[in-house]
Design a binder for this molecule. Structure first.
Ligand code: NAP
Ligand code: GDD
Length: 363
C-alpha cells in the first residue's frame, strides 16, 4: 500500500502538532520543518517523536521559510502529496514591533514555498494549504464574515497574510497548482502559545491559584472573537485539500464572545466569584467568594485582574464572527467543541501543569 506524504511547516506550533497527530492517524507519512532555535522548540511534538508506532512515519527536518534553498531541497527530496503552510510569525500584537520580519516570514515565506513547488516541477502532484486568517477582515465590512466579505487588514500581520492569501490564488490560477486558503477564525487549546489571550488567561489564573502570581494584566477586554478548538480546525485544513477542486473556505464556530466573558466563564468554572469595578484603564476585578480549603492562596477582595495599556494594539480588531455556510455545505463542517468545553479543557490542563511546576519549584 502506498501511503500519502505530507509536509507541514510550523509543525512545532499549536496547529502543526494537532495536524501531525491527525495525519498520522490517517496513515500519512508526515514530514515537518522545524527551524533552528537556541533552545528546544519541540515540546508540542515530542510525544509524537517518541512514539515507537510512528517510527519511519514521522520525520523532522531543519528548514526555514526565509531560506528558499532549504525549502526547494526538502520538497525535491520528499515530493509531498500535500503541503500545509502553517508556519508564521503569528502574533498580531508583536507584528507591530516586527513589521518587516513578519512580512518576510508570512508573505515571502509563502511565496518561497509555492515557488519551490513550481521549481521542482510538482505543480500537478503537490497540493498546497495556506493558513489564512480572519484577521484579513480587520475593520469588518459585513456583520458576519464569509469568503465573499471584503478584506480590511489592520496590522502588519494581517497585511502580510493578505499577500499570502493572494499569492496562493495566483499560483492556483497561473500554474494550476491545487492551492487553497483556509480562512480560519481564532482557535485555541491547551497547546496555544502563552501570549495569546485565552491561554494567557487560563495560565494566569492557574498561577494565581497556586500562589505563583498575584494579578493578571490584560488589554482590550471588550474585544469580540469567534473561538473554536484547534483540534477540530486542523481536520478542516485536511478537508480543504480533499475537496474536489482548490478553493477558499471560512472555518468558524459562528458564535462570538468577549475577552471579558472568557475571563468570567473561567472563574465560573472554578466556582470562584469575582466582581468588576471601574472602567477604561481603571477597570479591575476583585475576588468576592471562594472555597478557602480548595484555594488556600486566594484572599477575599484580592484584585485579580487589572487593565494595562501595554496590551492594547496601535490598531485594534474589535469584532470578528464568521459565516461558515460554505464549509458547512461543501465540506460537511460542524464545530465539535463549544466555548465551555474549551475553557474546561484549557483550565484543567493549566491547573495540572501549574500544580506540577509548583511542586518542582518547592523542591
Ligand atoms: P503558532 O503556534 O504561533 O506556530 C507558528 C509556527 O511557525 C511555529 O512552529 C514556529 O516555529 C513556526 N515558524 C515561525 N517562523 C518560522 C520560519 N521563519 N520558518 C519556519 N517556521 C517558522 O501558530 P498556530 O496558532 O499554530 O497557527 C498556525 C498558522 O495558522 C499560522 O500561520 C497562523 O498565522 C495561522 N492562523 C492561526 C489562527 C489561530 O487562531 N491559531 C487563526 C488563523 C490563522 P517555532 O516553534 O520555532 O516558533
Ligand atoms: N494577546 C493578548 N494579550 N490579547 C489581548 C490581551 C492580552 O493581554 N488583552 C486583550 N486582548 C485582545 C486582543 O487585543 C485581541 O483583540 C483579542 O484579545 C485576541 O487576541 P489574541 O489572542 O492575541 O489573538 P488575535 O485575535 O489577535 O490573533 C489570533 O487569531 C488570529 C485569527 O483571527 C492569532 O492566532 C493570529 O495568528 C490569527 O490569525
Amino acid at each position: 500500500m502506498k501511503f500519502k506524504k505530507a509536509l507541514i511547516t510550523g509543525i512545532t506550533g499549536q496547529d502543526g502538532s494537532y495536524l501531525a497527530e491527525f495525519l498520522l492517524k490517517k496513515k500519512y507519512i508526515v514530514h515537518g520543518i522545524k527551524r533552528k532555535s537556541s533552545s528546544f522548540n519541540t515540546s508540542r511534538i515530542d510525544h509524537i517523536y517518541d512514539n515507537k508506532s510512528y517510527k519511519n512515519k514521522f520525520y523532522l527536518h531543519y528548514g526555514d521559510l526565509l531560506d528558499p534553498n532549504s525549502l526547494t531541497d526538502l520538497i525535491n527530496k520528499i515530493k509531498p502529496d500535500e503541503i500545509y503552510n502553517l508556519a508564521a510569525q503569528s502574533h498580531v500584537g508583536v507584528s507591530f514591533q516586527l513589521p518587516n520580519y513578519t512580512t518576510q516570514v508570512n508573505s515571502l515565506g509563502t511565496l518561497n514555498l509555492l515557488h519551490a513547488i513550481y521549481d521542482c516541477g510538482l505543480e500537478s502532484k503537490t497540493k498546497f494549504y495556506q493558513a489564512s486568517t480572519s484577521e484579513l477582515y480587520g475593520e469588518i465590512q459585513e456583520s458576519r464574515q464569509s469568503e465573499k466579505t471584503s478584506f480590511y487588514p489592520k496590522s502588519p500581520y494581517a497585511t502580510s497574510k493578505l499577500f499570502a492569501y493572494w499569492i496562493t490564488k495566483n499560483y492556483r490560477e497561473s500554474y494550476k497548482i491545487f492551492a487553497s486558503n483556509g480562512i480560519l477564525f481564532n482557535h485555541e487549546s491547551p497547546r496555544r502559545g502563552e501570549t495569546f489571550v485565552t491561554r494567557k488567561i487560563t495560565m494566569g489564573i492557574s498561577k494565581i491559584i497556586y500562589g505563583l502570581d498575584k494579578c493578571l494584566y490584560l488589554g482590550n477586554i471588550y474585544s469580540l472573537r469567534d473561538w473554536g478548538h484547534a483540534r477540530d480546525y486542523v481536520e478542516m485544513c485536511w478537508k480543504v485539500l480533499q475537496y474536489k477542486k482548490p478553493d477558499d473556505f471560512v472555518i468558524a464556530t459562528e458564535k462570538q464572545y468577549s475577552v471579558k466573558y472568557f475571563v468570567d466563564e473561567c472563574f465560573k468554572y472554578l466556582r470562584i466569584k469575582i466582581k468588576w469595578y471601574g472602567n477604561g484603564l481603571k477597570e479591575y476585578a476583585k475576588i468576592v467568594s471562594f472555597d478557602y480549603k480548595k484555594y488556600p492562596f486566594l484572599k477575599k477582595n484580592m484584585i485579580i485582574i487589572r487593565i494595562s495599556r501595554k496590551y492594547f494594539r496601535p490598531n485594534e480588531v474589535n469584532n470578528l464572527i464568521g459565516n461558515a455556510s460554505k464549509a458547512k455545505k461543501l465540506l460537511k463542517w460542524k464545530p465539535k467543541t463549544n466555548i465551555y468545553q474549551l475553557i474546561k479543557e484549557m483550565m484543567d490542563a493549566d491547573l495540572e501543569y501549574t500544580r506540577k511546576s509548583q511542586i518542582k519549584y518547592k523542591l
